[in-house]
Design a protein around this ligand. Sequence first.
Ligand code: UDP
Ligand code: MG
Length: 328
Amino acid sequence: MINAGNAEGRKAPVYSLVIPIFNEEAVLPLLVRRITTLLDSLDASAEAIFVDDGSRDTSVIFLRGMAAGEPRFKLIELSRNFGHQIAITAGMDAAAGDAVIVMDADLQDPPEVVLDLVAKWKEGYEIVYARRIKREGETLLKRLTASLFYRVLEQMTSVTIPRDVGDFRLVGRKALETFKRMPERDRFVRGMFGWMGFKQTAVAFERPVRAAGETKYPFWKMVRLAVHGIVSFSDKPLRLALWAGIAISGVAALLGFYALFSWLFVSSVVHGWTSTVVIISFLSGINLFMTGVIGLYVGGIHAEVKRRPLYVVDRLTGFEEAIAAMSR
Ligand code: UDP
Ligand code: MG
């Protein structure tokens, strides 16, 4: 684990911002300006932890310069692209503040909203998430798939995962420590915070369009996040196999009776291969599907038992005790 430098005698900041960065060179200058304004307008000391998730553009160079020149800026460089959810985790592991705020780099999570999150935290809420009441400029496909996903997830899991909430949120120290004790590989961060309980509330905001650059969440990455979310928070797909098995066995039994009946009472019936083919292919389809579902879970178990570190840190800038160790 990264040593957050929370040693005695050194003053830890009250607020930590965690910002994952993946190829964000187009938006970084603007982001840094807006974050600086935010840091200045917060009512207590704050740090901004940028987590470079293996960017292949000039983001890192820019951020290294920023972190070297401004003591409130810190940079964690991961050794490769580990994905958004893991980048967030790395940043939260390093955060020293009493309240940690996670936000996207592209200014779709407006820094000003952080002040509202903080106000709620001061009222005594441990987790304050930002709910999107309007999503500007996002494609119809994205909005449809997102809303479908939240609905399906709601049906499938017993954990309350708030709708229309991304990873933009504030978490207090207690929630953060709880989060750090959750070592799962298959990370669906918003679900994990839903699971842990505590006093939670929402702040509404209108989600603007990305300030610059392109989305780092192409369609397939979104599908993967959705599948992870469902598999790590629900065992319903596994139980689906049972019910599908029962239903199909029922149908097969009826067909069997029908075949027997025709063989006994209907003369000269050659039962064609058509029905056989239909039944066999149908059953193998179901079989394959269910094997796939089970495979998802087995794959999850496989990833867990390997006990690899969640991420690998390449380099730290701005952390005074730059213990370049990593992992949990
Ligand atoms: N991101 C990341 N690693 C990735 C993909 C994205 O750290 O593999 C970061 C990205 O830089 C941004 C945030 O995650 O700060 C959200 O990405 P994006 O804005 O592209 O997603 P969208 O808003 O389009 O869903
Ligand atoms: Mg975005």
